[in-house]
Design a protein around this ligand. Structure first.
Ligand code: ATP
Length: 526
């Protein structure tokens, strides 16, 4: 680090700084012809008259010389005094008077010049010091930047390891609260732990499976986002990430993914977080750009929700190139994007017999990231998917308008998704992505290369939905690392509400203090 300069003394500044030397030189050049003129005039007069005035005028030259050599204060004061003293007591002549006036003016000019010299010396020192400070600050910020980049790469590495430890495919369950019209029905026993137990009618042993996380009905949108934000952040580091919401109609898929203005879901929260990350990472050399598309897969065809007219796009390896992409370069762009997609989806829902809950809604965020210090650059995609309702087509649940063909396509598409995830988990060499539009479209985020997948299975807590809930839990088991085991202890209770048509029970292994209070909601155990 450079040492800070001390403010120079006036004479040192004059001697050391080229600027001052130049000015001193200029002052000499400026002063010399004048003094020379005065001196020569005085000499000329002196030759004729040999008056003391000519001698005193000749004395001026040493004063300018003295300034150049840096002895300005002492010499100048002498030069200011001398002419007057020399002339005092002698009969003034007009030439002598002129010479004296000129000398006085010259002395004043020299004094002014000296002051300017002083000022310039200080200014020059200030500039030098500022330059030094700037160099120091630059050096410091360079060091800090390098450290930050190193630190960021360590954090990133740890983050990636942490994300990897959780597996390529992870599954979490989320119970929603009882809806108003379900209040009078029994509630399934929901556990806050990460394991879940269910019992089928006629079976002695209850079954149980553990999951990475189970959200209870009182968990908020932010509780959910907290659990998934690390995974989402890894998209900036080049990972393709897909998050799916899977569950029967009305179980909370749209609430989880999109949410509402008051309770924003994963999509708006993810956009907000990534937008903030972009700004924060800019300071350590990252340049990140986002753009987004929103499409729907309905009846095995793709529809662009950002397009003005609803046009069917046929699946191909390059179909994404046909999607409208909105740049997400400012906060307002996020809101515009979501508003546009929401409007299209709502219109589609009214026009096409609530088609929206029978289509897969796919929000794609494309990320390009580069770092000028490390020289790395990545391109990745975040896919956030609100799947079509998973209920069986023969259950009659919210299915007044469901066409048999439509239902079959949904079921086939979800079945293919399950097969793909299961094959990825068991490391199959061939994965049949192309069997359905959904898996084909999201191939790069489904186990391909460095991708990571999260399935959030949304569940109804109503005992009336036991069958669908159990089926969804079984789906979750199949696509995750979870293994269905036998629960060693399961408190059995008799159904208090005999009108319930439920055919099993869903709860957690009994451990003191872990089970919810069931005083109001009985565990159903037929
Ligand atoms: N965790 C939750 N907390 C509070 N309300 C919820 C929660 N989950 C769902 N809801 C509410 O339950 C209702 C149904 O949820 P939602 O529309 O998200 O279901 P869905 O599975 O997306 O259904 P569909 O398949 O028809 O789109 C909505 O009114 C929603 O606000």
């Amino acid at each position: 680090m450079q040492r800070r300069a001390n403010p120079p003394t006036r004479s040192a500044a004059a001697a050391a700084t080229p600027l001052i030397a130049k000015i001193a030189g200029r002052a000499t050049v400026a002063a010399t012809p004048l003094t020379a003129k005065i001196a020569s005039r005085a000499n000329a007069t002196g030759t004729k008259n040999n008056t003391p005035a000519s001698r005193s005028a000749a004395n001026i030259a040493p004063a300018t010389t003295t300034i150049r050599s840096g002895q300005a204060t002492r010499s100048t004061s002498r030069s200011r005094q001398t002419p007057t003293a020399t002339l005092r007591g002698r009969p003034p002549t007009s030439q002598a008077t002129r010479a004296s006036t000129t000398q006085t003016q010259l002395a004043e000019a020299i004094e002014k010049l000296r002051k300017k010299e002083d000022e310039l010396g200080v200014a020059n020192w200030t500039i030098t010091e500022l330059k030094q400070k700037l160099a120091e600050a630059e050096e410091l910020s360079e060091v800090r930047l390098k450290k930050n980049v190193e630190l960021e790469s360590v954090v990133r590495h740890l983050h990636d390891e942490n994300v990897n430890l959780k597996g390529k495919i992870r599954v979490q369950l989320r119970f929603r609260p009882l809806a108003k019209d379900e209040m009078l029905t029994n509630q399934l026993a929901i556990h806050t732990d990460n394991s879940i137990t269910w019992q089928l009618a006629g079976r002695k042993e209850p079954k149980s499976a553990a999951f990475q996380h189970i959200f209870k009905d009182s968990d908020t949108q932010l509780d959910v986002f907290d659990q998934v934000k690390d995974l989402i952040a890894s998209v900036v580091h080049g990972y393709n990430v897909a998050i799916f919401a899977y569950g029967q109609t009305g179980s909370g898929k749209t609430h989880t993914m999109r949410g509402s203005v008051q309770q924003p879901g994963i999509i708006p929260n993810a956009f907000q977080m990534l937008f903030d990350m972009k700004n924060a990472l800019q300071d350590i050399g990252y340049e990140i750009s986002y753009s987004a598309s929103f499409v729907e897969v309905y009846n095995e065809a793709i529809y662009d929700l950002l397009a003005t007219n609803r046009t069917k796009l046929t699946m191909s390896d390059h179909v994404r190139e046909q999607f409208i992409r909105m740049p997400i370069d400012e906060m307002q762009a996020i809101n515009n994007f979501l508003r546009k997609a929401d409007a299209k989806r709502t219109t589609a829902a009214t026009k096409h017999n609530e088609e929206s809950s029978r289509s897969h809604a796919i929000c794609l965020l494309f990320v390009n990231s580069s770092n000028k210090f490390s020289g790395t650059s990545t391109s990745s995609t975040l896919s956030l998917v609100d799947l079509a309702g998973s209920e069986r087509i023969d259950t009659g649940l919210h299915h007044k308008h469901l066409l048999a063909e439509e239902g079959k396509k949904i079921n086939t598409s979800l079945l293919h998704l399950k097969n793909v995830l299961r094959d990825i988990r068991s490391n199959q060499s061939h994965i049949a992505y192309r069997n359905a539009v959904l898996t084909h479209l999201l191939r790069d985020s489904l186990g391909y290369g460095n991708s990571k997948t999260l399935m959030i299975v949304t569940l109804s807590p109503s005992a009336l939905q036991f069958d669908e809930t159990r089926r969804a839990v079984e789906f979750a088991v199949e696509v995750s690392e979870a293994r269905i085991g036998t629960a060693t202890a399961q408190r059995k209770r008799t159904v208090s509400d005999s009108s319930s048509s439920t055919t099993g029970s869903l709860g957690a292994p009994v451990t003191n203090g872990l089970r919810r209070s069931f005083s109001q909601h009985s565990i159903i155990n037929l």
